[in-house]
Design a protein around this ligand. Sequence first.
Ligand code: DP6
Length: 336
Amino acid sequence: MRIVTAVAPVNIATIKYWGKRDDDLILPLNDSFSATLSLEDMCAKTTVMISPYLLENKFWLNGKEENMDNPRLSNCLKALKDRLNKENSEEVSSWKIHICSENNFPTAAGLASSAAGYACLVYALASLYQVDGDITAIARNGSGSACRSIFGGWVRWHKGSLEDGTDSIATQIFPTDHWPEIRVLVLVVNDSRKKYSSTLGMKQTVMTSELLKHRTKFVVPDRIEKIIDAVHKKDFQSFAKLTMKDSNQFHAVCCDTYPPCFYMNDVSHAIIDMVHVYNEFKGQLKIAYTFDAGPNACLFIQESDLSEVLSLIRYVFPSNLNANEYYRGIALDKDL
Ligand code: DP6
């Protein structure tokens, strides 16, 4: 019998992935860039066990038994088993598996739960099966954004150009301790399941949006280079502007989808207004927002501004946002 437990944090994309060039292999139309939160914060925790004595495969998510016939899960397992080293492959690849996974934050509410979940699962299974080398391409089979949660720090997912997707991998661009003053606040506007999943939303976007073509060809390639340069120089002004513009363009692309996908709500829009008014008042960018496929906001802030920004949020949103519900990502201080 072998048993392994792993923990993987959520990653927050500052240059978004939205749109696939291959739905089965989960190959993206553009590169993306993200920051991985620290291990104490929003995490998935997964225990996997393999044994010759187990009778069937089983999978529990947050205490509830789920179906193992999930094609993404099967693809991850298959990709891992293909990489088993020859000496032990015969024996362990036939053993049944039990997976038990938990998130310490709402599942499927646009809070990157699948990213942390699959990164954690693939990392745990890779340790269990003693698979060496890159595992980001395997995590990508579970959920595209999961490949970025394999690393801490600042991570780029390269779209790659090969048809088989072997060059569509994530790499760590800067380590976890590169910019320790950066903090992430996650404002939980709504923690219920989102109306349409990222997978379905982006599929519809690829089929219908003209703006997406412009974004992937003319906007993202340049933005990726610029944001890497900004993080390299710890230039918060450039980093904040690029992050907010990319979030806005991602949601514009969702709006350009037919029928449109609206992920943000009135509270999300009010957060955007608050950030711009505050930045204007301060005469420089102090907060950057970014929104994924849901209404919840992620704010990037420098540590020295944290207490003032928390007071501001509590003042502007005394009731819509519960201050106790902030997940404070004391970001970027550990690798997996
Ligand atoms: C808006 O990785 O959840 O969070 O690959 O279909 O599982 P699938 O989609 P997913 O999409 C995440 C989209 C995003 C932006 C991002 O994380 O880059």
